[in-house]
Design a protein around this ligand. Structure first.
Ligand code: NAP
Ligand code: GDP
Length: 325
């Protein structure tokens, strides 16, 4: 039987990583391409998924049997703070169109992508899959968080009313090749890599935002890609799975900036602009459920993955997503 896997948001950080893994792991292996599989990596130019008609046409063109739904309006802390309504609305529209069209087109399975940003701000740590709806999210990204939380509600409703096999994955902060390296709108790692690169090139100070004290868990996009492929093949339950390194692997923003300074080889002035927001202080998430189900997984060490990402950025500066030139 042929299997058509549609990856929405297939041209982004996570989509490109899935494409890389599926094309480079040995064919037929746990994370490699299986016989009879066709993978489609869709961009927004092929279909704007905020629009139901464009979504329907995309499904009619490819007739996906499986969907990894990554497409979203995505951004780091500062973009989220500026555009709460747009994050709420665009993501609600995209998710509703993708899930409903998957239902009407009899898609066998959909895995949608949430984020640990969706969890409540005030909650007992570590975060786990049972705590998504146990209190309001952090105010800095409540638009994005509420839109993404609704996917879990929708998945349960589609299952209860129509028996759909819809589920979701919850990654922590992701980084890797093909990230969005915009100076203001990106996540912390790509934003700081770009800033540090410019500081070195122009002989100017390297300034990171906030106090440097907040803690985050980071996952390398190629590791995350393998976990999505595992979920597609081996996980069939509506309840989400957190895709993360261990809760004891939190890294401070200062440690991130230090590692970037080292990887870029920057030797000039380096400081923190404490007038800028820190966002949520920490959001440690447990990967117990994941490890129990997958039976062990080797994550790429943080510094090694960061180094590869910096090298990719330097080698691809002219084609990378660096925002306005
Ligand atoms: P990204 O690099 O910004 O890529 C976003 C993808 O979504 C692109 O392929 C983009 O298409 C597509 N897209 C955006 N708006 C669309 C629209 N209206 N219609 C159709 N496609 C649209 O994002 P990412 O980091 O890969 O994120 C992938 C998923 O992971 C998202 O669901 C995000 O919420 C989640 N996530 C990300 C992080 C992180 O740290 N990056 C952390 C946790 C969860 P174009 O290329 O054509 O613009
Ligand atoms: P979050 O994990 O969802 O909060 O998103 P980010 O990836 O945007 O990380 C935000 C944290 O990194 C906050 O503590 C920021 O103060 C800090 N940070 C330091 N420099 C930067 C930067 O250049 N861009 C971003 N997005 N965050 C930065």
């Amino acid at each position: 039987m042929s299997t058509v896997i549609l990856v929405t948001g297939g041209t982004g950080l996570v989509g490109k990583a899935i494409e890389h893994v599926i094309n480079t792991e040995p064919a037929g292996s746990r994370f490699g391409k299986k016989e009879g599989e066709t993978w489609i990596f869709a961009s927004s130019s092929e279909a704007d998924l905020r629009d139901p008609e464009q979504t329907r046409k995309l499904y009619e063109k490819y007739k996906p049997t499986h969907v990894i739904h990554l497409a979203a309006l995505v951004g780091g802390l500062f973009k989220n703070m500026k555009h709460k309504l747009t994050f709420l609305r665009d993501n609600i529209l995209i998710n509703d169109n993708v899930l409903h069209t998957s239902y009407t087109h009899h898609t066998k399975k959909v895995i949608s992508c949430l984020s640990t940003c969706v969890f409540p701000d005030k909650v007992e740590y570590p975060l786990d899959e049972s705590k998504i709806h146990s209190g309001p999210p952090h105010e800095s990204n409540f638009g994005y968080a509420h839109a993404k939380r609704m996917v879990d509600v929708q998945n349960h409703a589609y299952k209860e009313e129509f028996g759909c096999n819809f589920t979701s994955a919850i990654p922590t902060n992701v980084f890797g090749p093909h990230d969005n390296f915009d100076l203001e709108d990106s996540h912390v790692i790509p934003g700081l890599i770009h800033k540090c690169y410019l500081a070195k090139k122009n002989n100017t100070p390297f300034v990171a935002a906030g106090t440097g004290k907040p803690l985050r868990q980071f996952i390398y996009s190629y590791d995350l890609a393998k976990l999505f492929i595992w979920m597609l093949r081996e996980y069939d339950d509506v309840e989400p799975v957190i895709l993360s390194v261990g809760e004891d692997e939190e890294v401070s923003i200062k440690e991130v900036a230090d590692a970037i300074v080292k990887a870029v080889g920057f030797q000039g002035d380096y400081s923190f602009d404490t007038t800028r927001a820190d966002g949520q202080f920490r959001k440690p998430a447990s990967n117990k459920k994941l490890l129990k189900l997958i039976g062990g997984f080797e994550f790429t060490p943080f510094e090694e993955a960061l180094d590869t990402t910096v090298k990719w950025f330097l080698a691809n500066y002219n084609n990378a997503r660096i925002g306005k030139k």
